[in-house]
Design a protein around this ligand. Structure first.
Ligand code: TXA
Ligand code: MG
Length: 351
């Protein structure tokens, strides 16, 4: 891989400067990669119709080849070339949730390169809400394939600086539009079966989808089965430190975190804590090496917004052990807990 001089420019998230949009669109049209903000996380974008450019995404991220990419569009007219059939359910979802953090999986046309769909017969499509993403797709005039702009295995980037740390020297341009509003990735919804099925929980909740679609299932593969979203089989979102997820009544969780902290310190480990605002005062008094407040348990959108920054900070500050307080699985909490479970490699304590 060539080493590139990476340019990171600050772009206005609400009113993106035309100059930067034009430069980024030109790179996309030339088959190069550009990191861009979306409302969920930063994406690493390429022209979705250019197989060679999309192949570069896999190289740069170190991404397994069988993990398909999400294709981002700026208007519904772009859907035509991508899917065999724009189903009534798809139309309902688009009407209600696009632009926004919902990805729809549908039967693909032959126009979609195999590298984009990971060899599957389907394609994942989303219309993002972020003005920079929308303007860039519009100006480029092509749909943009974009996975999260992290190195494979690292937490997704929710700030431009995260992308810079992971990808500098590997791509020509990062559009830095500040922190992402949602903070966890989009919900991936499979519309190819009888019942719409959530393959990855995310920014649009199961409850919201049920209001529009009626019955909605969740893909919960048995341990010996492959998940339908190939990306879900990898231990994503993994910090370097050993993360334990603690679930239960608050006072039990606090007591258990204190126990584990003491044990860690007696073994000379650096111990970081990720917790809710409500538990922070008590846990702070136990002097962990790092205490990161995710947000209030009553505001899961705060917790989602801070989660990946918290995981990255634990790595940057060299935590050997990370103790994470679980939150309610209601609403956005479902996506938050999905990411925490993955980050823990299923090291979970129920107390
Ligand atoms: O919010 C998001 O979705 C962000 C922003 C940049 O849009 N993108 C993102 O992409 O999270 P990525 O590549 O990190 O995750 C895409 C997920 C993976 O789990 C992948 O396996 C799944 O979507 N996926 C993509 N195409 C699929 C398909 N045709 N069938 C099933 N799953 C698919
Ligand atoms: Mg990802």
């Amino acid at each position: 891989m060539r080493i590139l001089q990476t340019k990171r420019v600050t772009i206005d998230a609400q009113h993106p400067q035309t100059e930067w949009i034009k430069e980024a669109a030109q790179l996309i049209r030339e088959g190069q990669l550009v990191a861009l903000p979306t409302e969920t996380v930063y994406g690493l974008g390429a022209n979705a119709m250019d197989a060679h450019a999309c192949q570069e995404i896999f190289k740069v991220k170190g991404r397994p080849q069988d993990n398909p990419l999400i294709v981002h569009i700026s208007d519904l007219a772009m859907v035509k070339r991508l899917v065999e059939e724009w189903t009534p359910q798809a139309a309902l979802c688009a009407d209600k949730f696009w632009p926004g953090p919902l990805t729809l999986v549908l039967e693909k046309t032959a126009f979609v390169p195999d590298v984009v769909s990971g060899g599957l017969g389907t394609v994942a499509i989303r219309m993002p809400k972020h003005p920079v993403a929308l303007e860039l797709i519009k100006e480029a005039g092509v749909p943009i394939a974009a996975p999260s702009a992290n190195l494979s295995g690292k937490p997704s980037p929710t700030q431009g600086i995260h992308v810079w740390k992971d990808l500098k020297g590997k791509i020509p341009l990062i559009l830095d539009g500040g922190p992402c509003a949602v903070g966890v990735e989009s919900t991936v919804l499979d519309l190819t079966g009888e019942v719409p099925t959530i393959l990855r929980p995310g920014g649009i909740t199961k409850e919201q989808l049920e209001e529009v679609l009626g019955e909605v299932a969740v893909d919960r593969p048995a341990p010996d089965q492959a998940p339908k979203a190939p990306g879900m089989k990898y231990r994503h979102y993994a910090p370097k430190g050993e993360l334990t997820l603690l679930i239960g009544e608050r006072k039990n969780v606090i007591r258990k975190i204190e126990d584990e902290l003491r044990k860690g310190h007696s073994r000379l480990k650096k111990v970081g804590i990720l917790c809710t605002l409500e538990s922070a005062p008590e846990l702070h008094s136990q002097l962990p090496d790092l205490l990161f407040v995710l947000g209030s348990e009553h505001h899961p959108e705060e917790v989602a917004g801070n989660l990946y920054q918290g995981l990255r900070l634990c790595d940057e500050q060299g935590m050997d052990m990370i103790l994470a307080e679980g939150v309610s699985e209601k609403g956005l909490g479902f996506a938050i807990m999905n990411r925490l479970h993955k980050a823990s490699g299923q090291r979970v304590m129920r107390v």
